[in-house]
Write a protein that binds this ligand. Structure first.
Ligand code: FAD
Ligand code: EPU
Length: 338
């Protein structure tokens, strides 16, 4: 296990925020986990690819970097394959590994940044598919009980951008591997309107899983700012989900506001549209900005601090609330030990 004292965390978060930690421990195997000191939530932090966090302070204790690798097929039937991946594998590398083997289920989730172990934390989702639709189980180290535990898909309590690991019991578990149930027979998931358009622009009417993956990659490259060029953590806010009774008057006064039916009688609204409608797309306060490419993405133009991004997020939140009466909730984890 690699251990570094007083590491800089600037290159380890896609916002590119300067922060440091007391110690960094790189976990490479499940045996490493057994020799770790006990986790102190008031001082320590688990880090994956750093693509869904905002550092508001330094981490006074240990940053645990999960680098446990491995991708393998455990079981197969003529229709399905059970595959396992280590938490430290790059997510998109795993997607490509499955597609190469003729396995489908992850194609709509292509090119999401970060590591496999973080995918269940917020039940990653994109282009009409969520991880929960293919996830079989999650294996984790329970810091509280000092024991291994395996959660079935149901036990993960997945919801839109949420799971038990994110909201109910943050920091209790170190995820070490996940199991996925992938299909040998491809059935395309094309509910996201722009995806069908993207395929038909390439004259594809009967797509393969690889066609869908490539279409998603093109859409993502076109729509989202590139973290290699400008610091960001993807969508900074979740799309608000509200009761139909509350949505009806809002949609009457704003008929162009994109809205989708959600579970029960609930409606999901486009936060990006509301932010753009408030005139905030592309605005900048010092080095903290709202992306001019996508209004839901906050960006670091250079040397913004975490508090600069948080102040801008507060401004966006307040402006949208004043205009629409809707409270936007942040999607990334705000890391703050002050
Ligand atoms: P990190 O940011 O390192 O960590 C996120 C959280 O998970 C933290 O609370 C951390 O403590 C915890 N964590 C990480 N690893 C573990 C582990 N092994 N065990 C326990 N806890 C852990 N997300 C989507 O859902 N859909 C998208 O389409 C999408 N697009 C994005 C586009 C861009 C350009 C960017 C920058 C981000 C995007 N995201 C998207 C957000 C992000 O990529 C995902 O949430 C991703 O799963 C985060 O992975 P990570 O390894 O970077 O996690
Ligand atoms: N829109 C605007 N202005 C913009 C961008 C978008 O008005 O600058 C409107 C458009 O009308 C568009 C609608 O918003 O039709 C939806 O936009 P988009 O399809 O880009 O999706 P999103 O709702 O903004 C969500 C996820 C993304 C995911 C995409 C694709 C959340 C919070 N975000 O974004 O996830 O990749 O759908 O499925 O649910 C992330 O979580 O970090 C993330 C990038």
């Amino acid at each position: 296990m690699k251990v570094i004292e007083r590491p800089s965390l600037a290159a380890l978060n896609t916002f590119g925020i300067s922060a440091s930690a007391g110690l960094l421990m790189e976990i490479e195997t499940e045996e490493d986990v057994l020799s770790l000191p006990s986790f102190r939530p008031d001082r320590d932090f688990i880090l994956g690819g750093g693509s869904n966090i905002l550092f508001l302070s330094d981490v006074p204790g240990v940053v645990y970097l999960n680098r446990i690798g491995g991708m393998e097929i455990l079981d197969e039937t003529p229709e399905y394959v059970l595959a396992e991946a280590g938490a430290g594998e790059n997510w998109h590398r795993l997607v490509r590994w499955t597609l190469k083997r003729g396995l489908s289920g992850l194609e709509n989730l292509s090119l999401i940044p970060g590591l496999t172990g973080a995918a269940p934390i917020q039940n990653i989702g994109a282009y009409g598919v969520e991880l929960s639709s293919v996830l079989q189980s999650v294996t984790a180290w329970d810091w509280e009980q000092a024991a291994w535990i395996t959660f079935s898909e149901k036990e993960c309590h997945f919801a839109y951008r949420d799971s038990r690991f994110k909201s109910a019991e943050p920091d209790r578990y170190l995820i070490t591997s996940i199991r996925l149930r992938l299909a040998r027979i491809f059935s395309p998931k094309l509910a996201y309107q722009g995806l069908i358009e993207e395929l038909s622009n390439h004259n594809i009417t009967e797509p393969t899983a690889t066609d869908v993956s490539e279409a998603v990659i093109r859409l993502r490259r076109r729509k989202l700012p590139d973290t290699a060029k400008i610091g960001n953590a993807g969508s900074f806010f979740k799309n608000p989900v509200i009761d139909r009774d509350e949505a009806d008057p809002l949609l009457l006064s704003h008929p162009d506001l994109p809205a989708w039916p959600d579970q029960g009688d609930r409606i999901k609204l486009s936060a990006a549209w509301m932010i753009e409608h408030c005139g905030l797309k592309g605005m900048r306060d010092g080095d903290a900005g709202v992306s001019d490419k996508h209004a839901l993405v906050l960006v670091n133009h250079g040397s913004a601090r975490g508090s600069d991004i948080a102040a801008l997020a507060h401004k966006v939140h307040t402006t949208v609330f004043e205009e629409f009466g809707i409270e936007l909730e942040p999607e990334p984890r705000l890391v703050d030990y002050r």
